[in-house]
Design a protein around this ligand. Sequence first.
Ligand code: SF4
Ligand code: SF4
Length: 98
Amino acid sequence: MAAATIPRMTIEDRLYLIRFKADKESHLVIKDPQVCLDCETKPCTTFCPAHVYEWEDNRITVSYEGCVECGACRIGCPPGNISWRYPRGGFGVSYKYG
Ligand code: SF4
Ligand code: SF4
């Protein structure tokens, strides 16, 4: 009997399978926007798998609704300028598959 093949999934495929229930308030807060202005490489715009952080109009925007709660931004922001916590109970990632 031939072995079953498991289809390869990209990170984008996997993110598509996650369901969210967004809170009205963000669980991710930029502590000091001035620190972001002085941050040369802005690594948050690249390390977040869900592309939550974007640099637009000279500031970081935070699309917290898409956060997959991986926790990388707790340690990935060099000056520690992101206040991170899990979403409140009942909000955030509500369904995961794959
Ligand atoms: S890595 Fe931290 S300090 Fe730099 S732009 Fe992102 S949130 Fe701001
Ligand atoms: S916890 Fe993970 S997914 Fe959520 S904003 Fe931080 S890096 Fe992005």
